[in-house]
Design a protein around this ligand. Structure first.
Ligand SMILES: Nc1ncnc2c1ncn2[C@@H]1O[C@H](COP(=O)(O)OP(=O)(O)OP(=O)(O)O)[C@@H](O)[C@H]1O
Ligand SMILES: [Mg+2]
Length: 489
């Protein structure tokens, strides 16, 4: 149990009572009892006390949310009659991430810090509190109005996951920032440059920081200094998967690790180094949207049940079966299966899911799988589905598309890029990498092309097997004649 802390003790431990605390690090260490802060965390905490606008772009699991929670609690307790607002894109993130950390800090503190702690609110006095607000896309107007209603001489707004924050929210925050003592802290994984957060970080008004997982003590010291934060093994694995050895070149943000120079891909840049992706203008789908699709809640009632199969072309590739139930996708990956065994797996999935449509990539080896499944279908009465032979390298068949797309593959991927806001993808790092690397161009005839399998193989050393299976599977709902269709656009 924390020791109760009277007013005199706060005075003693912080050097002042109910006045502005000059040294937040002292409070975090001595009152909250946080034993270790990283150098980056210390710099950012001090910046919030010294600057009006602090922006932090940071890699994965480096302690962003923890830091935001420490700052929220410290600021509200040490500023009489202050208001602290913490925001995140969804209520789940507000409650289960930042406020869960605030609860841990509050109850784990060395001294009783007083006030009344509720699920996403800490009341210190009548007009003195911290509170969590979700800035959900789609409800941003309501959240913006709510934000505009907060007033206090000392107000701090903490924006976690700042990349997804809608424009209306930034405008509301700008309004609040007009008051003299207002403080804004925006923290995020810099997944895309197409956001206000990117512009803010470039603005001279903002004090900006970058936190790379490469500099985290757990990684530098190759041991767990801070439990739960990013690990050396994770970073090492990402270097192996997402970087290649290259000459130093600041343009590509190359870095040195254990005596070798590496050039990072875009995923490594934002996930590990906390840097915005380079050249993401040609990307068909932004990583941010892919991640949103992977974190989406389950979808219901669309009357869709389809299966698609991407068949491996080369020894190192995998065959992938994608299943789409009401726009929730699942993936099943197989290495080194012969065609008959793969066909058998497809048949098992058909028996299990009873799909309406089954599409098989029948370019190359896939034709063998198609034939086996087709024969089985002709000999069974129990399962009724439309079997579709997909030829992704052939021109698309529907009249509207032939003019517009170089091949069916481009058509299918383009459709996926449109639908990404409405579907739920499985969380899979290979899929994330594959989808994020696919770029789009227009050829001399004005037709849309997307990266070929060969181009991608050169970049990442394998094919986009999982991404292809998803693109095919998503396409099936548009490709049919007999069944009722659900169109997104
Ligand atoms: N200084 C610290 N002291 C103790 N624990 C910490 C510290 N920094 C981070 N942690 C812990 O490390 C874990 C990861 O931190 P956190 O969730 O804040 O990272 P993040 O950067 O927000 O991650 P994500 O990229 O998933 O949003 C959490 O369990 C958190 O409690
Ligand atoms: Mg976080």
């Amino acid at each position: 149990m924390p020791k109760p802390l009277g007013k005199n003790e706060i005075f003693y431990y912080t050097g002042y009572a109910y006045k502005k605390l000059q040294d937040p690090i002292f409070f975090i260490r001595e009152i909250l009892g946080v034993e270790r802060l990283t150098r980056d965390q210390i710099k950012i905490i001090n910046s919030v006390w010294e600057n009006k606008f602090t922006g932090v772009k940071a890699g994965h699991s480096v302690g962003k949310t923890f830091l935001a929670s420490c700052i929220a609690l410290t600021y509200v307790v040490t500023h009489i009659d202050s208001v602290v607002i913490t925001t995140a894109p969804s209520m789940r993130q507000v409650r289960d991430l930042i406020w869960a950390e605030i609860h841990k800090l509050y109850y784990g503190a060395k001294y009783n810090i007083g006030g009344n702690l509720l699920q996403i609110r800490l009341e210190m006095g009548p007009k003195w509190y911290a509170e969590g607000v979700a800035t959900e896309v789609g409800k941003e107007e309501q959240s913006a109005v709510k934000l505009q209603g907060y007033h206090a001489p000392d107000i701090l707004i903490i924006i976690d996951e700042a990349v997804g924050v809608p424009q209306a929210i930034w405008e509301a925050i700008d309004g609040i920032a007009n008051s003299e003592n207002a403080r804004i802290l925006a923290i995020g994984n810099p997944a895309t440059i197409h956001c206000q957060f990117y512009k803010n970080l470039l603005s001279p008004e903002w004090k900006s920081y970058t936190v790379s997982a490469l500099n985290h003590p757990n990684v530098k010291q190759k041991r767990t200094v801070i439990p739960g934060a990013v690990s050396y093994e994770w970073v090492k694995d990402k270097i192996r998967k997402w970087c290649w050895e290259d000459k130093p070149n600041p343009k590509y943000k190359t870095f040195e690790f254990e005596g070798k120079n590496y050039r990072p891909n875009n995923l490594f840049l934002w996930k590990v180094m906390g840097e915005f992706p380079l050249d993401d203008v040609d990307r068909l789908i932004s990583v941010e949207k892919i991640e949103q699709a992977m974190n989406r809640e389950k979808l219901y009632n669309l009357n869709i049940c389809d299966i698609a199969v991407d068949v491996a072309r080369y020894g190192g590739d995998s065959s992938v079966i994608a299943v789409n139930i009401n726009n929730n996708f699942e993936l099943f990956t197989y290495y080194g299966l012969d065609l008959a065994s793969l066909a058998n797996e497809v048949i098992e999935k058909i028996k299990l899911y009873k799909p309406k449509r089954v599409g098989i990539d029948a370019d190359g080896l896939g034709a063998g799988v198609f034939d086996i499944v087709n024969e089985w279908r002709d000999n069974t009465e129990s399962y009724d589905f439309v079997l579709i032979e997909l030829h992704s390298s052939a021109p698309p068949q529907d009249d509207d598309s032939t003019e517009k797309f170089y091949n069916l593959r481009a058509r299918m991927y383009y459709q996926l890029s449109k639908d990404i806001d409405f579907i739920k993808l499985p969380y899979d790092e290979d899929l994330l990498e594959e989808l994020s690397i696919i770029s789009t161009k227009v050829d001399r005839m004005g037709k849309i092309i997307i990266s070929s399998k060969e181009e991608i193989r050169k970049k990442i050393g394998r094919s986009t097997d999982k991404a292809d299976a998803i693109a095919y599977c998503n396409w099936l709902k548009y490709d049919d004649r007999d069944v009722k269709l659900y169109f997104v656009d």
